[in-house]
Design a protein around this ligand. Structure first.
Ligand code: 13P
Ligand code: SF4
Length: 345
């Protein structure tokens, strides 16, 4: 079945030629990344989308990534997401309308200038909101630079939606004493007036995959492989990042394993498909999942089934554009400002 599907995908790609580019996030299934022209982290893929002049950008990733590609590419290009079900739950944890209401509450409590930074894992309307308020977008590979930029522009940062990436970035910058967690809907939690007494205000969002890594997983790996290098994604909890040897974006994780000496052991604390790719790409390195194979699977990324990839490509051959991701024009320009600020830093 897989051979037949591969043949169909290759036949469609031959037919479409340079009209199509396939981008594959590091967390995509093997059957998707095998067909990708570029594989990378969110930042690298947004740059590839910006540089591409293909008529169709087929995005192996999740909705917010395809939206970003649509914002960055020109209007004549179409971005296609093979499954419309591929939505990152973390992106849904900070909806622009909610943030707008919370922002009003927060800014009413201080005369100081708050700069909002949203992680790439958010929808276009929130990116547009951040641009409007003088803020920007970041990914896990440049969050520290986004913070530096924000503190040049203003006095405080509101970081959305990932509290763990926000906290880990604050530690990286030696600003751990400036952090406060703020959930505007928790009647018992920090109030807006209390929140603005701190320089870094963290929204209550998280990744359901990375939050499941715990320190005991690292302890178990170190017992079993005393020489292991442990690398985790900065969406992991603070204590996990602290117990690891290194943390970094999926691109950093790929680089570290690519640079490893034969026989080295690297334990990988991120989505399981990337760990499996690294095992295949670097058989000379002992690549082990930080927490077994079972639970660290991103359901949103998994929605991009190779049968859907086949379908969108074959439909294109027939002249039909399916699953086009189009950001509303009123959000597009502003969201572009927030992304451009990121690409510039
Ligand atoms: P990267 O930007 O590191 O690829 O991460 C994206 C993501 O969704 C991590 O969960
Ligand atoms: Fe979203 Fe987490 Fe999946 Fe990344 S791994 S796409 S943050 S749910």
């Amino acid at each position: 079945e897989e051979d037949e599907r591969t043949e169909r995908i290759e036949a469609a790609l031959d037919e479409l030629g340079d009209d199509v580019v396939i981008l594959g996030h590091n967390y995509q299934r093997r059957e998707i990344v095998e067909h990708a022209d570029f594989i990378g982290d969110s930042y690298q893929l947004s740059k590839e989308a910006a540089d591409s002049d293909a008529d169709y950008v087929i995005f192996g990733g999740v909705t917010f990534m395809a939206e970003s590609a649509d914002i960055i590419t020109d209007d004549a290009q179409s971005v296609i997401l093979p499954s419309m079900e591929a939505s990152c739950p973390m992106a849904g944890m900070a909806e622009a309308l909610q943030v707008d209401a919370a922002w009003a509450e927060l800014t009413a409590e201080t005369d100081e200038n708050i700069v909002p930074i949203t992680y790439m894992n958010s929808y276009a309307d929130l990116k547009a909101f951040c641009a409007e308020q003088g803020g920007l977008v970041c990914t896990s590979s440049n969050a520290h630079k986004a913070f530096e930029y924000a503190f040049e522009q203003g006095d405080k940062v509101l970081f959305l939606p990932d509290k763990h990436l926000g906290e880990n970035t604050a530690y990286r910058l030696g600003m751990e004493d400036e952090i406060v967690d703020w959930d505007p809907w928790d009647p018992e939690g920090t109030t807006a007036a209390e929140a603005v007494e701190n320089d870094i205000i963290l929204w209550e969002g998280y990744c359901q995959v990375h939050e499941r890594f715990r320190e005991h997983h690292i302890d178990a790996i170190r017992d079993e492989h005393p020489d292991a290098n442990v690398i985790v994604h900065p969406e992991c909890r603070r204590e996990v990042v602290e117990a690891a040897d290194v943390s970094g974006s999926t691109a950093t994780i790929c680089e570290k394993v690519a640079e490893a000496d034969p026989g080295d052991t690297w334990a990988i604390g991120t989505e399981i498909h990337l760990t499996h790719h690294l095992q295949r790409w670097h058989p000379e390195v002992n690549v082990v999942p930080l927490c077994g194979d079972a639970c660290m699977d991103c359901n949103a990324m998994r929605q991009i089934d190779p049968n859907y990839l086949t379908w969108v490509l074959e439909e294109l051959v027939e002249g039909r554009e399916r699953n086009v991701i189009e950001v509303a024009p009123e959000e597009k320009d502003l969201a572009q400002v927030a992304l451009d600020r990121m690409l510039e830093i």
